[in-house]
Ligand binder design. Sequence first.
Ligand code: IFM
Length: 455
Amino acid sequence: MNLQTTQPVYEPKTPLQFPKDFIWGAATSAYQIEGAIYQDGRGVSIWDEFAATVGKTYRGESGAIAIDHYNRYKEDVALMKQLGLGAYRFSIAWPRIFPTGTGMINQKGLDFYDRLVDELLKHNISPIPTLFHWDLPAQLGHAGGWLNRDTANYFADYVEVVSKKLGDRVSHWITVNEPWCASYLGYGVGVHAPGHTSTVEAVQSGHVLMLAHGMAAQRLRANSAASAKIGVALNLVPIYTADDSEATQKKAHERDVFFNSWFIDPIFHGKYTDDFKEVMGNFPQMQDGDLRIISTPIDFVGINYYSREYVSSQEADLTNLKRSAEYTEMGWEVFPDGITAIIERVHAEAPNLPIMITENGAAFDDVVDSDGLVHDIKRINYLAKHLEACHTAIQHSAPLIGYLVWSVFDNYEWAEGYVKRFGLVHVDLQTQKRTIKDSGRWFADFIQNQRNAQP
Ligand code: IFM
């Protein structure tokens, strides 16, 4: 794409050569980009309700219009082609398919994703649909949401319909995105929909979400091509310690249980440990067979990586880190080595399971310059360093099969509204004009160089 920058771009220590069939792509989710919430029979989601509640989101912003991808998907897929993406991870809005969560199918909603998949394939971009990325139908929310086991059964029915429609053309499916966020942020601390504040509910909703994942995996298996791969996307956080003191090590273990084992143990190993109960306060209510369903074999695991957790018993260590480290606009420390560590951790837990980075990226203070372009050198360097760290994991023999940038476009960052821009493509929210940022050009060149280097 011929990127020209006046600032130096980070150069990896040795040239990077990724495997031949490596999946290069980028990701979005329905509520963050589609807009069109009243169009073609879409039902209300818990995020429409949450965003409409005073004080829940930055400036009261919602996904009602977002970047109007629902109406501009052809233009958007053409941009993805320009970025050289080989794969596009998007999510399907359950309330477009079942406006009330269950019952009558909304054909127009289903047809939208049918058209999107065809458009992607027309441009040689593999569709990677995620079936749940937080926009639960509001009616199911009112009936208890993820605290109600019926929601998992309704989810499986919805997955059945979607997989029958798209299963002939999808190579990789993702059941659920970041169950930790949906349960802890949504039910535990209330900063996401539905805005509850109970640890007991966080644990219970996490369990039902995992049950939904397992049921979905079974339906997808039945309805997809034999070659289709099924996975889940977990936001995982490597834990680093400042010292070897007992207090620090104990805290680090607790943080690891909280961020990682909570979902890794049931999904990979079919169990909750006593440590889980100690850290979270209680086990979820479950039924015989739940853990067997939750640990239904999958074909790959998606890791969404953004930063690490640093644990110290000394306040001064944390203050020093805050002074010396680089942070994104989300306030997250830029820590590329953490992606190597978390890939290796997952590989150790599930040695035979391929791993895909299903999200990695950063929000920075992007501006459109006087030349009409966005010179987001910080994002280029962020991506370059994380790709180098992914490459290190592969050299250490981790089965990494793909890397997807979060996100293709600037979009609705949930309770943070629109100010946090993660895109490879800048979107002017007044005019909906899309502009490929320098990072988008850089990523396109990177992918192209990787393809050119293949024998
Ligand atoms: O925007 C989110 C996405 O929806 C889920 N993963 C993290 C991203 C950045 O916060």
